[in-house]
Write a protein that binds this ligand. Structure first.
Ligand SMILES: [Mg+2]
Length: 398
């Protein structure tokens, strides 16, 4: 196979991570059904991770403790050990860093590696994957699954195909046979809400999405729909990006409303659906926001953002409730809203309100477009030189 022009990307995903960490420090658990539970003593505690012995009884992540116990009465329940998973995650990342500095953590238990050009040094991708898997097993006493492809999306999809201890290649040429028959909810990046919307327009498999009519898709999901279609066709150009230290991180969603909103109940409904999407992504990437921001754009295009510090959270409820508080405090009720947004970020002090985390795509008057251009230019300066070099607020004031 000629891959000389193509990239080689691996996604390494730790299997049943929390409970496996517990088993590595408490070998007595090995071979017995066990799970980490949020609150093991309470019947309504939640299973956070079950080992494969417990999964054989049907115990699953997010199941209530009493449900899990009724399926598997001998199940050993363990509360989460503070600090253990972070420590193991760091050791895991250190092993990966032996192979390349081009390494991107996707969550506490998985990361992408760009190994393009590393074959000469370490051998074929599959043998590099075998080596990584062995080192993780012997040095950390943990299991992983590895996906190999030419881009991040396919590598992630591949890593899900065989668990535990699977090494799976999924190159673009394999997409029609290996990926298109999968149900749409098995596609990385599709949450339950998107799944529902896609099913409504008759898309049941990833193949259906790959072949879906652009107009129909845009109607159902906007720009995001086209992006998903590209992924379903195995196209993903996003690079593996090593995480820069202490950079503003945020997750946000905004929407231009079909008609201007003047009613609080209506505004709350919109905020809730956006907060659900933010929460979903935050939990998927294990990112707890230290503050919640909202953006309000009035029908004359003036835009305000307001934020509030919270106890770090990625729960939809916390995001939504804080958003509603902010809306109540800052919405000038005489003015109709044409766009609403909500997001979380890791900023936790009182940052000037000009610092917006929202990436708003909308047809704007030229004046606003200019402002956005300026903001984006400042963003890129900030990301290159650190946030103290350029004070966005002072620049905007000039
Ligand atoms: Mg994972």
């Amino acid at each position: 196979m000629d891959r000389s022009a193509g990239k080689v990307i691996l996604l390494v995903d730790m299997n049943a991570f929390f409970i496996s960490c517990e088993m590595s420090v408490n070998p007595g658990l090995k071979g017995r059904p066990a799970a980490v539970a949020g609150d093991p003593k309470s019947r309504t505690g939640i299973i956070l991770a079950a080992n494969y012995e417990a999964r054989a009884f049907g115990v699953k992540t997010a199941m209530l403790v009493h449900e899990a116990l009724s399926l598997c009465p001998g199940l050993i329940l363990i509360p989460p050990t503070r600090g253990l998973y972070e420590k193991k995650s760091k050791e895991f990342m250190e092993i990966l860093a032996r192979y390349t500095p081009v390494l991107q953590k996707n969550s506490i238990d998985e990361a992408w590696l760009d190994l393009t050009g590393c074959e000469k040094l370490f051998g074929e991708p599959v043998s590099i994957a075998q080596r990584i898997m062995r080192e993780i097993q012997y040095e950390l006493d943990l299991w992983c699954s590895i996906g190999i492809s030419e881009n991040k999306f396919l590598a992630k999809m591949a890593s899900e195909m065989k668990k535990p201890l699977g090494i799976t290649e999924l190159w673009k040429k394999d997409v029609p046979v290996k990926m298109w028959p999968l149900e749409i909810r098995q596609m990385y990046g599709i949450g339950s809400r998107t799944e529902e919307r896609l099913k409504k327009i008759g898309i049941l498999t990833i193949g259906d999405l790959a072949h879906c009519d652009d107009g129909l898709l845009s109607e159902a999901l906007g720009k995001y729909g086209r992006e998903l279609k590209r992924l379903a066709n195995g196209i993903d150009e996003s690079p593996v990006e090593p995480e820069p230290k202490s950079v503003t991180r945020s997750i946000s969603r905004s929407t231009t409303l079909v008609r201007d909103i003047t009613d609080m109940d209506e505004a709350r409904t919109v905020l809730l659906s956006l907060a659900e999407e933010v929460g979903e992504e935050a939990r998927r990437s294990d990112f707890r926001g230290k503050s919640v921001q909202i953006v309000i754009r009035y029908n004359d295009f003036t835009t305000i953002t307001r934020q509030k510090t919270i106890t770090p959270s990625y729960l939809t409820r916390d995001i939504y409730r804080t958003g509603v508080e902010l809306l109540g405090e800052h919405w000038d009720r005489r003015r109709p809203i044409r766009l609403l947004g909500i997001g979380i970020s890791n900023i936790d002090d009182d940052i000037p309100v000009q610092l917006s985390i929202f990436d708003i795509n909308e047809e704007l008057p030229d004046r606003v477009k200019k402002e956005e251009k300026l903001e984006r230019a400042i963003d890129s300066i900030r990301s290159r030189f650190g946030s103290d070099v350029v004070k966005r607020a002072t620049l905007i004031d000039k």
